[in-house]
Design a protein around this ligand. Structure first.
Ligand SMILES: *[C@@H]1O[C@H](CO)[C@@H](O)[C@H](O)[C@H]1NC(C)=O
Length: 594
């Protein structure tokens, strides 16, 4: 664009933006219906108010309601004072209480009713929401889940104007023990003293239910840090005055001590604050692992992915505990240097209950260390035959009566020196295993006479069982297994002890235990079901179960089974405790139809 063109554009922009100053009159408090495609609603209310705003929209369109201000009387009780959103079909979509966060988004097809009740105390209540129908024409595809250690997020079309009704939610997740640092290079969204209209909302955690860190609008820049290793960023725009949006970079930074270590199943991740390394007189590209050909994966922040196998990682087995250690060196060029000699010793320790992470920094005589918790990844799959070549992919997996089921547990690690042992496996009609359970194997001792374990190998354990004997008439069975991970060279490990009777209940030699739940397992249709065919109605399976059970002659019901879940990643006992809170990513505050 020529300078004159730029000037013209600026003039136009200035006039345009001034001309569009938004004024939203307060909505009347009564029983009011709106049929507009979109509407901003400014709420001002005092004591004893009772208002209902009925948003009447076609059921073929999704109605989105975005609250950007919520200031109810903080001393009022939610049962006395709240804003309740109702869906004509689903009922309550959500309730905003005096202590709720000011940003909340609800989505539901068709009509939505917003009801405000206030308590009898005097207080100037304010709230603001925008509703609109989401249509193919205004539905901007944006947002998503981002993993990793650094990157950029920009509003749609940036550096051009974003569309009206842009609504995006990004979830960022950085390695454990790190936090997210966001640095906005530009924010240019519709100015408003309260950021009611267009806004960027930052949440300190994995969802929009997490605490609000900041709400940004106008023309500004910002730097924000989270406390945890996840962040949720919402960008919402209304029906007018779309500017250029925002652009921000994010990086992972250690949560404390300038460095962090996290041991996952695949590798261990070491993150250094690059300013910290700079303060030691070095730059990131002077750092390597013990094997000097292994360099950082990223320089800002400085990140090493340390493999359990390779790059100079040393494995040590001591008292049935496995330690993986590597050292990060600051490489000097060989000439005498006045810089400090620094090395970081990083160790992942895997013991019977958990993975412990240890990090030492030796800086001349100074040693710092950190400890953390982690886990291995173990998965479990069914195989159609005992060659264990390709796992069963079908879901559900139907087998004939008296067929044998083959299972393999696999540890997902690069370390070839690991083996597995299936210690305990039992079945139950419910997923929470509170009902009576039926043992296949317990403490390494077979409890079902068809249970058979195959020789285990590097990184896996295999077993089978046939005609599933189980004393109940439910149609679903869940299978739970505990798997122990051991070092292959450790002859005294739990994996080499086999059946342990009650007198020898010592589990001390296990390296690590994983806990898997598989299921539900369904009773197979009887032979006439072949004709029932293609519709595959599961309810029919359930009904026919009775026949299967009745025709069985033995006192124990011999049940053929079908397995629904085939490729389940085993959640470790440890993992269950430390699992990410919300692995499915973001959810809105109260969106019923996600
Ligand atoms: C919201 O307020 C109404 C009216 O006071 C009350 O009936 C309702 O129970 C409240 N909702 C909640 C969740 O407290």
């Amino acid at each position: 664009m020529s300078p004159a063109g730029t000037l013209l554009a600026l003039l136009f922009f200035a006039t345009f933006s001034l001309a569009q100053e938004k004024v939203v009159p307060a909505a009347a408090c009564a029983d009011i219906s709106y049929t507009d495609v979109y509407k901003p609603v400014q709420i001002l209310a005092n004591a004893d108010s009772d208002c209902t705003w009925n948003i009447l929209r076609p059921s073929s369109e999704k109605t989105r309601v975005v609250f950007s201000v919520l200031d109810l009387n903080p001393s009022a009780d939610c049962s006395q004072e709240n804003i309740t959103l109702l869906d004509e079909n689903l009922g309550e979509l959500g309730v905003l209480c005096p202590n709720s966060q000011r940003i909340a988004v609800f989505e539901s097809p068709g009509n939505v009713y917003v009801k405000l009740h206030t308590a009898s105390t005097t207080y100037d209540r304010h709230a603001y929401f925008l509703y609109y129908s989401v249509t193919p024409a205004n539905d901007v595809q944006c947002g998503g889940h981002l993993n990793g250690i650094s990157g950029t997020i920009s509003s749609p079309n940036y550096p051009q104007r974003h569309d009206h009704f842009t609504f995006c939610v990004w979830n960022l997740e950085v390695p454990k023990n790190t936090k997210v640092k966001l640095s906005f290079s530009e924010i240019f969204v519709e100015p408003d003293a309260a950021c009611r209209f267009d806004f960027i909302a930052l949440f300190d955690g994995p969802s929009t239910d997490s605490n609000i860190l900041d709400i940004l609008c106008g023309r500004t820049v910002a730097e924000v840090e989270t406390t945890s290793n996840s962040l949720t960023l919402m960008f919402s725009a209304d029906y007018a005055n779309s500017y250029y949006g925002f652009s921000t970079t994010y990086t992972a930074l250690p949560q404390s001590n300038n460095s962090s270590l996290a041991c996952s199943g695949e590798s261990f991740t070491v993150v250094f604050d690059s300013d910290y390394i700079a303060a030691l007189g070095y730059s990131g590209n002077e750092l390597t692992l013990a094997d000097a050909s292994c360099t950082p994966k990223s320089l800002n922040p400085i990140v090493f992915e340390v493999p359990y196998w390779g790059c100079g990682t040393v494995k040590k087995v001591e008292d049935h505990t496995v330690y993986y250690t590597n050292t990060i060196y600051l490489q000097t060029s060989g000439v005498i240097t006045r810089r400090k000699q620094v090395k970081f010793i990083v160790t992942c320790e895997l013991d019977s209950d958990s993975t412990v992470e240890i990090m030492y920094l030796t800086e001349d005589d100074i040693i710092h260390n950190q400890q953390e918790i982690g886990n291995y990844d173990v998965s479990l799959a069914f195989y159609p035959t005992q060659d264990f070549i390709s796992p069963v992919q079908d879901s559900p997996y139907y087998i004939e009566l008296n067929n044998t089921l083959f299972l393999q547990a696999t540890v997902n690690s690069q370390d070839p020196g690991l083996t597995l042992f299936v210690e305990t496996c039992f079945a139950s009609p419910t997923a929470n295993f509170q009902s009576p359970t039926y043992d296949l194997v317990r403490r390494g001792c077979a409890k079902d006479d068809t249970y058979h374990d195959f020789p285990s190998g590097n990184g896996f354990a295999r077993f089978s069982f046939s005609a599933f004997k189980f004393l109940y008439t439910h149609t679903s069975v869940y299978l739970q297994c505990q798997v122990v991970v051991c070092d292959t060279s450790d002859s005294g490990s739990r994996c080499n002890q086999g059946c342990i009777t009650r007198q020898r209940r010592d589990l001390g030699s296990s390296v690590w235990k994983a806990n898997a739940v598989l299921g539900p397992i369904r009773l197979k249709r009887h032979s006439e079901s072949e004709t029932a065919g293609s519709e595959g109605e599961k309810t029919e399976d359930v009904v026919k179960t009775e026949d299967v059970v009745k025709t069985d002659q033995s006192s124990l019901y011999v049940l053929g089974i079908s397995v629904l879940v085939v490729n389940v990643v085993i959640a470790a006992l440890v993992l269950m405790r430390y699992a990410r809170k919300n692995p499915t990513g973001y959810r809105y505050h109260s969106v019923a139809t996600q």
